[in-house]
Design a protein around this ligand. Structure first.
Ligand code: FAD
Length: 490
């Protein structure tokens, strides 16, 4: 069996991006090994040479953490790869992750000047190339400012929390991250599957952040072990809450509690975090039948469908209530799923799940939808077509229609204001919450979004926390000086 798909790289020249190799679709559905294989050195340099090094680079404006894209690409052109990764890391502490999962096509690459006439420069693939070189070699000890002796507690070790921790550690603050799970990374470890984002890559980037002096305490559920108030009273000068949006949303239709109907959260956590795909080496059971239907159209739905296929399903169908044009998942991953044999049923929604006498789901009733007027999200609203119900036989259903914040911390922190969507109320530029010294960012503030937007809001919060800490420190010094002065007069 052909293991690698190389693509047609003969159309060279500025307008065509260098294609990245990936595992062949037949081969990859039998493995959780990474699908996209990354650029070789020669491919990376060839792709970097396509960059126009614009005087007024638009791509940088599309990057929520402000990576100096043309500057790092120029270093790749000059084959100065370790300088290139240092340049990226000035702004982004998780580049090997972002190079794999960021939706560059709707951000930096969307604004690339070259993209007006041909294909944009593959910024994400170049970022991954330089980041992977560093992952393969021992991580350099990064620069840290002199200690300020100010302490920060970060709650949640997802992309938002890790970014805040790295930024504040670089400024010389003492940072401790409290993570509820037994491993750091948030969705990067419990949601996104190994074949898109290998966990050794996440671990390497978490290790880099630890090298900055950040302490990571796992198995620490804030809100149960201790409260935010207790953190502030026990010597932490500020708290950042980056607890994400880990609560699954359900459809609320009949039959949703039948056996064989999973939330995508449970399904992905069992497979990715608890390693059900390596059963019996890891003792996590999961039952995946032959016919699987996934409800939803985001990255979570596509990841669930591709995991189901790799776990032995024969037919996997994604049911999405809008049309292909509105699907929110990354285009590249939708194409990968289709290459693997996953089918999509657009403009359809479930109305009920039907079970057998043992309480096991065995079919699903779907209704056709048509697109009406735009709703509050600006997208055309799906409207059911009367009398269009059909029934589909299934063994397993995975519901992937969205996630909301876990309410634990909000419920035990008096004065911490929330919105009616359950997110934390905060200043959108600084992440400052309704409580003094308490900041937030990532999905818990914005609602479910992307890795890079979580990192961007984390970065903004880190700037505000730094300012807050420095002013608190000055205030403390003034009090100490005036006390000493007062005592010497007496
Ligand atoms: P999270 O990543 O959710 O991290 C929050 C952390 O806080 C978790 O580790 C959690 O255990 C911890 N926590 C929660 N409560 C507590 C508590 N009380 N005490 C201590 N710790 C706590 N985005 C993309 O850009 N590209 C993609 O391809 C993509 N694919 C995705 C696929 C899936 C399956 C999912 C679920 C999401 C995907 N996303 C993707 C979205 C992206 O992963 C999230 O937007 C991002 O991870 C949000 O980061 P965060 O730090 O805010 O939260």
């Amino acid at each position: 069996m052909q293991e690698i798909m190389t693509g047609d790289n003969t159309k060279l020249g500025r307008l065509h991006a260098v294609i990245m190799e990936k595992l062949s679709s037949k081969y990859r559905t039998n493995t959780f090994g990474e699908v996209a294989l990354g650029y070789t050195e020669e491919q990376a340099v060839r792709e970097a040479r396509r960059c126009l090094s614009c005087q007024n680079p638009q791509c940088v404006k599309g990057c929520p953490v402000g990576v100096e894209i043309p500057a790092f690409i120029k270093l790749v052109k000059e084959r100065k790869y370790f300088d290139a990764i240092q340049k990226v890391k000035e702004k982004n502490s998780l580049p090997a992750i972002c190079g794999r999962v960021c939706p560059q096509e709707t951000q930096c690459q969307k604004l690339c000047t070259l993209g007006r006439k041909g294909e944009s420069v593959s910024i994400g693939r170049l970022e991954r190339f330089v980041a992977d070189l560093e992952v393969e070699r021992p991580v350099r000890v990064p620069y840290r400012a002199k200690s300020t002796n100010m302490r920060v507690a970060v709650v949640g070790a997802g992309p938002a929390g890790l970014t805040v921790a790295a930024e504040l550690a670089k400024k010389g603050h003492r940072v401790t991250v409290f993570e509820a799970l037994h491993v750091a990374g948030g969705v990067l470890v419990y949601g996104i599957p190994e074949f898109r984002l290998p966990k050794k890559i996440v671990q390497a980037e978490v290790d880099y952040i630890k090298k900055l002096g950040v302490e990571v305490c796992t198995d620490a559920l804030v809100g149960k072990l201790f409260t935010v108030e207790e953190l502030l009273n026990s010597g932490f000068d500020a708290v950042f809450i980056g607890t994400g949006a880990g609560l699954p949303t359900f459809l609320g239709i009949p039959g949703e509690n039948l056996n064989g109907v999973y939330s995508a959260n449970e399904f992905l956590i069992r497979i990715n975090l608890m390693k059900a795909y390596r059963f019996p080496l890891f003792d996590t059971p999961i039952k995946v039948g032959k016919r699987v239907v996934v409800i939803g159209g985001g990255n979570v739905a596509i990841d669930s469908a591709r995991c189901a296929l790799r776990m032995g399903a024969e037919h996997v169908c994604i049911v999405y209530r809008r049309s292909r044009d509105e699907i929110p998942a990354r285009h590249e991953e939708l194409l990968n799923a289709e290459e693997e044999g996953i089918t999509c049923r657009f403009l359809a929604a479930p109305t009920k799940f039907i079970g057998n006498e043992n309480g096991q789901v065995e079919s699903i009733e779907l209704i056709a939808m048509e697109l009406g007027e735009p709703d509050e999200s600006g997208r055309r609203k799906p409207v059911p077509v009367k009398g269009s119900e059909t029934v589909l036989d299934v063994d397993t259903v995975i519901v992937a229609i969205g996630r909301t914040p876990n309410p634990l911390i909000q419920s035990v922190t008096p004065g911490l204001k929330t919105t009616d969507r359950g997110t934390l109320m905060a200043d959108k530029d600084t992440g400052k919450t309704s409580l003094n010294g308490v900041y937030t960012g990532g999905d818990i503030m914005t609602g479910e979004a992307t890795v890079i937007s979580a990192m961007g809001s984390g970065k903004n919060a880190a700037k505000a926390i730094h300012k807050y800490l420095m002013s608190k420190k000055r205030h403390r010094q003034v009090i100490t000086v005036s006390r000493t002065h007062h005592q010497s007069i007496r």
